[in-house]
Design a protein around this ligand. Structure first.
Ligand SMILES: [Zn+2]
Ligand SMILES: [Zn+2]
Length: 265
């Protein structure tokens, strides 16, 4: 099986101190065939901004150094915000990324991590989660240059309710709208395994949403650990590959120059 981890952060992200080379060595050690580095760019002053004019040559040197051991792709995880679509589209167009994860880290300019209290304490779960997916729908329509939507039900990491999970049946109208819009635009989703490190014992999204993406015609799925430490590279990717099989997918997706390539499972 072709093993990939398409969601890895390094010290270039403001929330990681992991040297890029250490992440590569961990990936080789865990037997991965291919990885994509996806450091953060979010348009919020509370996050630092990566200088890609330094980043790209640095990554290219390491890619060359380890070319016989592992395939390394240049990626980015960009925070999608429909009110800042110009900024998002400018950064994604400016550099030759192989792979772009678009993620909702912020909803209506409330950063889900920094502004958790302000966003959730004034809304019921129904209101907050519906708003999260409605804004995601608008993000897909306005921030058009991305490959997969990141950790689709990430809102459940920060919700402040007795049950924070995103039950597909409970939010099916907005989730279906999001999935259909992604599929119509040729976009994929990722299976993000970080839920196992955040106490939900599952991936983002869960199998129900993955199955729904497939049932609606979706074919593009990447797998990512969202590692911010070397120990987390490839964490629980076996569970993600199992999910792909259970949901009936025949392929894992990789990207080159933002074009999907399909490798049989
Ligand atoms: Zn993220
Ligand atoms: Zn991430």
């Amino acid at each position: 099986m072709y093993l990939t981890d398409y969601h890895i952060h390094t010290s270039f992200s403001s929330d990681s101190e992991a040297p890029m080379e250490e992440m590569i060595l961990a990936a080789i050690d865990k037997g991965l065939d291919e990885i994509a580095f996806t450091d953060h760019v979010d348009f919020d002053d509370r996050y630092t901004f990566t200088d890609y004019n330094l980043y790209i040559p640095y990554l290219e040197d390491l890619k060359h150094k380890y070319k016989n051991d592992i395939t390394i792709k240049l990626g980015i995880e960009v925070g999608l915000e429909n009110t800042k679509a110009d900024k998002v589209n400018t950064i994604t167009a400016a550099f030759p990324f192989d792979f772009i994860i678009g993620s909702s880290h912020s909803v209506k300019c409330y950063d889900l991590y920094f502004d958790q209290k302000e966003f959730f304490s004034t809304r019921t779960k129904q209101e907050a989660y519906n708003t999260y997916f409605e804004e995601m729908f608008k993000n897909i329509q306005t921030c058009t240059d991305f490959c997969v939507y990141g950790h689709l039900n990430f809102v459940s990491r920060y919700g402040m309710y007795s049950d924070n999970s995103v039950n597909y049946m409970e939010f099916s109208p907005v989730i279906d709208a999001v999935l259909k819009e992604l599929i119509n635009r040729g976009k994929g989703i990722e299976i993000n395994t970080s839920g196992y490190r955040y106490g939900i014992n599952d991936c983002y999204p869960d199998i129900e949403i993955l199955k729904r993406y497939k049932a609606l015609g979706g074919e593009i799925v990447t797998i990512g650990s969202d590692a911010h430490y070397a120990k987390d590279v490839a964490d629980h990717i076996g569970a993600a590959y199992d999910m792909l099989n259970i949901a009936g997918f025949k392929y894992i997706t990789i990207f080159k120059a933002r074009k999907p390539q399909f490798i049989r499972l």
